[in-house]
Design a protein around this ligand. Sequence first.
Ligand SMILES: CC(C)(COP(=O)(O)OP(=O)(O)OC[C@H]1O[C@@H](n2cnc3c(N)ncnc32)[C@H](O)[C@@H]1OP(=O)(O)O)[C@@H](O)C(=O)NCCC(=O)NCCS
Length: 164
Amino acid sequence: MNYENAIPGLGTISIRAIDNEYPRPLSPSIYAEWGEMAPEIRDMVFERWIVELTQPDGSLIDVGDLSAHAVWYGPTPGSRALNIGISLVEKYRGRGIGSIAQRVLAEELHSQGIIRVEAQTDITNHAEKKSLKKAGFECEGVLRQAQQRADGLHDMEVWSHISG
Ligand SMILES: CC(C)(COP(=O)(O)OP(=O)(O)OC[C@H]1O[C@@H](n2cnc3c(N)ncnc32)[C@H](O)[C@@H]1OP(=O)(O)O)[C@@H](O)C(=O)NCCC(=O)NCCS
């Protein structure tokens, strides 16, 4: 057992790489009510992971999923950041799982040589902002009118986790 990733009374959190065909658990939220998608989004490449809970009796449950896509800040290898996203099944929110899963993913990506792991979240998403802070991310500022969802444009905060 990895005690750093244990939540008393709940179990241990780990992440497991999956492909796009793996059935991800349903985790709807107001932050994923997209409306009409842009056609170009089909060309985006996402890496994906399941957030897995090992319960005290040893049984495993898929409690959410994580994704990462590349963001290039220049043409050089060191200019490639990975931008991560997370969504948990509703009944597993607010119990510390999100902060552990995002810290574990940031550490995993750093171990693969990625210096900058970033995440962006709606300025009103207080649970995710707190979760990112607990995961060791730092807030860098606000991206104004950066994300369109079904109900219009939203300001987003950008957070980062830097290796070393
Ligand atoms: C966002 C999300 C991944 C966070 O994971 P989580 O496991 O729920 O978060 P954590 O338990 O690690 O931390 C959340 C913290 O915010 C707090 N919190 C939760 N809702 C809150 C709210 N509305 N206002 C203020 N704080 C809130 C919790 O109490 C907790 O703080 P604590 O550890 O001091 O008690 C998860 O809630 C989720 O999947 N939400 C829906 C999808 C989503 O918003 N994804 C992110 C899109 S960018």
